[in-house]
Design a protein around this ligand. Structure first.
Ligand code: NIG
Length: 386
């Protein structure tokens, strides 16, 4: 196991309350863990030395919401949207058809390619979901493929009632045979609680069945309009409720009083021509906010967490520090991986050695130079991947 000291760090964002942000810093990586963090002058020696010459270093992005087990693309649907057509949950069925027809190797290659594309832009921890299979067999293979590549896997059999299927029968299938098949391959269960997908009662049944099997809970909620998603997520103690585009004041209060993370997906809102979520109201009320890409072929085909951070700062009234924290520590919190040995989204001794170097003196440049690729170097689990 070799060690590396990264020195000459102009600004080090640690997301650790005791360490804070450190100027003129160094980080030591030993194997796949962070071994030491502090002022460069007192850094211990290591096998290898990398001088980043005054650049900013921060934890790798933690992308806590993607849908990357898919085949096909939805360019035509996107183009139609840009000409004024609304986004509808039913578009998911197009990807379901393409995914069912694809071979396992094609799905795995596509997933790996997108995870590598994200890593080259600083993303070092990725959650991904099933949800484009919607049969027991297709959801199971999606879960297995996802588990072979992603850090965290979420079962989303309740993504859409397959066209031509009775909704009650499908919910029974998801709660029974489908969950039984996938449970050992996934850590989480999610449900698309939205008009055109699953209502509150159906969603509650799916989540309760998942909880009985020991899975953590997540909810897609309040994406296309106000609805019961946030209330349900808070009621059931879900780790996160994702989208939160259309919130009532009572939703904001409920989130602020809960442990449920509000995961905001601004690239999706832009790509579906929805308003951007009210991050300021959530933060000011005391809710925990995460930012994620929602990379998927239908509603948000980007793997760029930097784009999400930039949008959050320029359009959602988040400060740079808030947006960077939401895209690192916030994502880790949404996955319940921000503490303990091997924590992600933080740089402290014992954390997973996941970090990125910006070609910039500070994280402020993520918004100051919008759209400019600033990722200079990336370490994931101690390995330099860029
Ligand atoms: O998070 N909202 C539900 N699921 C995805 C959309 C997937 C799709 O359109 O293919 C989302 O936006």
């Amino acid at each position: 196991m070799s060690s590396t000291v990264i020195t000459g760090i102009g600004e080090l964002t640690t997301n650790d309350d005791a360490l804070g942000t450190i100027a003129d810093a160094a980080v030591v990586i030993d194997g796949d863990r962070v071994a030491w963090v502090g002022h460069a002058g007192s850094a211990p020696d290591a096998d290898e030395r990398v001088d980043v010459e005054g650049r900013a270093v921060l934890p790798g992005w933690v992308d806590s919401h993607t849908h990357l087990v898919f085949a096909g693309d939805r360019t035509a649907e996107f183009a139609a949207r840009m000409s004024g057509q609304p986004y509808q949950a039913g578009g998911i069925a197009v990807t379901v058809n393409a995914t069912r027809q694809a071979a396992d190797a094609e799905l795995a290659d596509n997933l790996r390619r997108h995870v590598e594309e994200a890593a080259a832009q600083g993303t070092t921890c990725v959650e991904t979901k099933t949800g484009y299979g919607l049969t027991v067999e297709d959801e199971l293979r999606a879960a297995k493929i996802a588990a072979s590549v992603a850090d965290e896997v979420t079962f989303l059999g309740a993504h859409l009632v397959p066209p031509g299927t009775d909704a009650a029968d499908y919910v029974d299938l998801v709660c029974g045979e489908m969950l039984d098949a996938v449970a050992e391959h996934v850590g989480w269960c999610d449900v698309f609680c939205e008009e055109g997908a699953f209502d509150a009662d159906q969603s509650r049944r799916v989540l309760a069945a998942a909880r009985r099997r020991g899975l953590g809970l997540r909810v897609h909620g309040n994406q296309l309009g106000p609805g019961p998603g946030v209330t349900l997520a808070v009621e059931l103690g879900a780790a996160s409720v994702d989208h939160c585009t259309h919130l009532e004041p009572s939703d904001v209060d409920a989130l602020a009083a809960s442990e449920t993370v509000a995961t905001l997906l601004p690239a999706c809102d832009l790509s579906t021509r929805q308003p951007l979520p009210d991050a300021r109201a959530l933060l000011d009320a005391g809710a925990t906010v995460a930012l994620a890409s929602n990379c998927n072929p239908g509603s948000s085909y980007t793997s760029s967490m930097a784009f999400c951070v930039t949008t959050a700062v320029l359009q959602m009234r988040m400060s740079v520090a808030e947006a960077v924290r939401a895209a690192t520590w916030g994502g880790a919190r949404a996955l319940r991986r921000e503490t303990g040995d091997g924590a992600v989204g933080v740089l402290r001794p014992g954390a997973r050695a996941d970090l990125q170097v910006l070609d910039a003196p500070s994280t402020t440049w993520l918004a100051y130079r919008p759209g400019v690729p600033l990722t200079r170097a990336v370490w994931r689990e101690g390995d330099r991947v860029r």
